[in-house]
Write a protein that binds this ligand. Structure first.
Ligand code: GAR
Length: 213
């Protein structure tokens, strides 16, 4: 298991970032470290969380670039400058194009707050995902950790965890339960598996190697 630089990309409150920070502190990632947090917005609380933990921060804002190609290049350049071995989209809600993926194939992990292929793709982010799940009346939702490919939310699935939907749920209560019971568990677990070199992708599917003990 080699030492890896983990760069976490955020856009908001950063509770998933916090779960990664706690997991690193517990030793879950071995020698690997969260070396930088990149935000798509100024002033978000995720940046404070990084600073409190002495993690370098950068801001790469969509509105500083005239089109998505230039924005994506800036993002990929930032990941290259940070010598990222793994990029983690932890509530990163700004769209980028295929060039980031091409420079970091099977090296970008995203957490999505639903059981893919349900409630995913364009427009399904943050609370919208939970609004759609409640609108449909599903009894079970959850979260998915997956590798990123150019098509939105379509990459190889690494881990999923189901969470029960309650009749009196609001989008906010469902979001919170899915974070607590699923996202904050499977995202660190997926990062751990990556750091341990236990993930392989073949024909669009992820395979998890057994731990050698
Ligand atoms: C999380 O629920 C994450 O799954 C979701 O945004 C939230 C960010 O919360 N991501 C997406 O919807 C991506 N399509 P956080 O900033 O507290 O981690």
């Amino acid at each position: 298991m080699s030492k890896k630089n983990i760069v976490v990309l955020v856009s908001g409150g950063g509770t998933n970032l916090q779960s990664l920070i706690e997991s690193e502190k517990k030793g879950m990632f071995g020698e690997s470290r969260i070396t930088c947090v990149i935000s798509s917005k100024d002033g978000v609380y995720a940046l404070e969380r990084a600073k409190k933990n002495d993690i370098k921060t950068r801001v790469v804002k969509r509105k500083d670039y005239s089109d998505i190609a230039l924005y994506s290049k800036a993002l990929a350049d930032a990941l290259t400058e940070e010598k990222a071995d793994l990029a983690v989209l932890a509530g990163f809600l700004t769209v980028f194009d295929g060039q980031v993926y091409e420079r970091f194939p099977n090296k970008i992990i995203n957490i999505h707050p639903a059981l893919i292929p349900s409630f995913c793709g364009k427009g399904f982010y943050g609370l919208h995902v939970h609004e759609a799940a409640l609108e449909k009346g599903v009894k079970i939702s959850g979260a998915t950790a997956h590798f990123v490919v150019p098509e939105c939310d379509a990459g190889p699935i690494i881990l999923q965890k189901a969470v029960e939907v309650m009749e009196n749920d609001t989008p906010e209560s469902l979001q919170r339960r899915i974070m607590e019971e699923a996202e904050w568990k499977i995202l660190p677990e997926a990062v751990k598996l990556f750091c341990e070199d236990r993930l392989t992708v073949k024909n669009g599917k992820t395979y998890i190697k057994e731990r050698l003990s």
